[in-house]
Write a protein that binds this ligand. Structure first.
Ligand code: URA
Length: 259
């Protein structure tokens, strides 16, 4: 891999500015392959050199990908506004300057949210042409209607006249007020509005997957994990919807009912 400047390498992978990096280096806080380096403009090889900043080893990967299990009450944004935003849930040592949530979940929704500084990947994931399928599990106010699958497959017309792309929907086997939905687009409040259009109401919404990336049952609400480049490839390697629903019903049904 071509060599790059140490301060550039660090600034791309942390929240530190170049001048902060210079100061940290002067204080002996930066090591390359175990040795203190005080000259922040030194060249390094990102593939073969190990860089630590204040004892924290930095990843060789240019971009960071984090899967957050978003809890209720947080807004999917980076911005300053009233209330809490999802970036607060990312531990400071995992944050980088350019990170943002790739996609949105409503403030009262929970589940899978990808946070990254890879703008190109976010664009590939979210662009209308390539929109990856996302699976949601919902708790409904009323029983699941037999006609829903056909209506969702035909393209639900929302209250404002907008027509959704064909979507898959399926009732949970063991509970008639829990359902799974697979969408390949991301209109505002889409799942809630689709169920409203068929006369039901979403009480609770959890996103279980983004493409082939899933929320693992051991990842509690509010927790996040750093994904590898291989995990990211899973985004474009989708699951079979019916198989997925069967597995995830066992994992998350009691959680969703009791939330
Ligand atoms: N659809 C919704 O209605 N809300 C979400 O948070 C995501 C999809």
């Amino acid at each position: 891999m071509p060599e790059i400047r140490l301060d550039k390498f660090i600034s791309e992978r942390t929240e530190h500015t170049r001048s902060q990096i210079k100061t940290i280096a002067a204080k002996g806080g930066i090591r390359v392959n175990g040795s203190i380096v005080k000259a922040a403009d030194r060249k390094i090889d990102p593939e073969s050199d190990t860089v630590t900043v204040n004892g924290q080893e930095l990843s060789a990967s240019r971009y960071r990908y984090i899967l957050l299990n978003k809890p209720e009450g947080y807004v999917s944004s980076t911005g300053d506004h009233d209330g809490k935003n999802v970036m607060e849930l990312i531990p400071p040592e995992l944050r980088t300057k350019d990170m943002f949530p790739a996609g949105r979940l409503d403030k009262d929704s929970i589940g899978a949210l990808l946070i990254t500084d890879d703008g190109e990947l976010a664009h590939r994931m979210l662009s209308p042409k390539k929109h990856i399928p996302k699976i949601y599990m919902v708790r409904l106010a009323r029983s699941f209607g037999e006609e829903y699958a056909e209506k969702f497959a035909a393209g639900i017309e929302l209250e404002n006249g907008e027509v959704c792309r064909p979507a898959k929907v399926q009732r949970a086997e063991s509970c008639d007020t829990v359902a799974f939905v697979e969408l390949s687009e991301g209109k505002y409040h889409q799942v809630k509005r689709m169920f409203a259009a068929v006369g039901n109401h979403v009480e609770k919404l959890m996103r279980l997957s983004l493409g082939g990336l899933h929320i693992a049952p051991e990842l509690n609400c509010g927790e996040c994990i750093v994904l590898t480049d291989n995990d990211i490839k899973q985004l474009f390697n989708y699951d079979n919807f019916a198989d997925f629903c069967r597995i995830y019903e066992k994992r998350f049904l009691s959680f969703l009912i009791n939330e």
